[in-house]
Design a protein around this ligand. Structure first.
Ligand SMILES: *Cc1c(COP(=O)(O)O)cnc(C)c1O
Length: 352
């Protein structure tokens, strides 16, 4: 066959999913805690015989639960198979002008992968030297849309709400997507701005703060016109997306606010301790509003070396070989025990 039949792509490369019984996995920003006991009950209650039926076509029950939870009409909510699915659908539905989509040079690297997949041109905006996003860079520039992760990944830094609103207001003719994958851990959401701005889409996920990465549930909130446009694309690819067990488990998670808040508080407390201890060991740690920290080790230790030596001990963190951040490690906040074991190994490295 001729090579010109086929797409050539550089896909997104997720963190590895090793399978050692003794491993400490701090590399993909999953929660170290199980989902709510209500989710476990929902999974036990699930009747596998129902799998002969397709799930509801508009992901009904979870869409209703999320609309009620956030205080929006269900016509403002779109649910997908993880926020990656939601974002990919938004890229196809909303960025067709031919003008470039803008996002930070250092951010969630999937944005660029979707842009290339859907032949969307891209304008990458450098961060400031301190890794913060300069909102002015996104205002008064011709573009075909803006995508900002808040807090940003992998830097962990949150943006001021006022700065985000300025970007939304300066781009009234284009869609502004705010990816709030980590917002439950810090920073200020712009969800309450959805009624105010018809060009705003806020994207959320159950993967990080709701301990449900394996269930693949993500969603977005926007005005009903935008939701309709996104749904039309989804219904041109696959009408039945989220599966029945995932929908029921997702609903159960939304209904257990107390557990949700308790797990967030634990992760945030451990994050503050982890950042403090790393700083005491000489690491430079960016101010984190997420469930991970982004840190560079004291010389002569390098991020690559710390990564390798932790991996030998079956402790997995994330190291990106990307210019500008190659001496940084992204470390997911684990349980206190996991963090202590990781810190012990780092101390051993510093002794030698
Ligand atoms: C993890 C992550 C996602 C995707 O998560 P899903 O598991 O697909 O919901 C999206 N955006 C950012 C910034 C992330 O870190």
């Amino acid at each position: 066959m001729k090579a010109d039949n086929f797409r050539k792509l550089d896909p997104y490369v997720p963190g590895i999913q090793p399978a050692f019984a003794d491993m400490i996995k701090l590399n993909t920003n999953e929660s170290p805690y199980p989902p709510s006991p209500k989710v476990i009950e929902a999974s036990e209650r699930f009747n596998a015989a129902d799998l002969r039926l397709y799930p509801s076509v508009d992901v009904g029950p979870i869409r209703d639960a999320l609309a009620e939870y956030h205080g929006f009409d269900r016509s403002c909510v779109f649910v997908g198979v993880g926020s990656d699915d939601v974002l990919a659908t938004i890229f196809q539905a909303c960025f067709n002008s031919g003008r470039p989509v803008m996002f930070p040079e250092i951010t969630y690297s999937f944005y660029e992968v979707w842009a290339r997949l859907y032949n969307i041109s891209v304008k990458k905006i450098p961060l400031r030297p301190d890794f913060t996003i300069n909102a002015d860079d996104y205002c008064g520039v011709e573009n075909g849309g803006v995508v900002i992760a808040n807090p940003n990944a992998p830097t962990s830094i949150a943006m001021e709400k006022g700065d985000i609103e300025m970007i939304i207001r300066s781009n009234p003719e284009n869609v502004v997507v705010i990816d709030e994958a980590y917002i439950d851990f810090g920073g200020e959401s712009v969800l309450d701005c959805v009624p105010k701005y018809d060009n705003l889409i806020v994207v959320r996920t159950f993967s990080k703060s709701r301990s449900l990465a394996g269930a693949r549930i993500g969603y977005c909130v926007a005005n009903p016109e935008l939701i309709n446009i996104i749904e039309t694309v989804r219904n041109s690819i696959n009408s039945y997306t989220n599966n029945r067990p995932a929908i029921e488990m997702g609903v159960a998670s939304v209904k257990d606010e107390e557990y949700f808040r308790a797990m967030l508080a634990k992760v945030i407390a451990t994050r503050e301790r982890l950042a403090g201890e790393l700083r005491a060991l000489g690491f430079s740690v960016l101010p984190s509003s997420a469930n991970f920290v982004f840190a560079t080790p004291p010389a002569p230790l390098t991020a690559a070396e710390v990564y390798d030596r932790l991996a030998e001990k079956h402790i997995f963190v994330r190291h990106f070989k990307i210019p500008g951040i190659e001496n940084y490690l992204r470390i997911t906040v684990g349980t206190d025990d996991q963090v202590d074991t990781m810190l012990y190994e780092v101390r051993q490295m510093l002794k030698k």
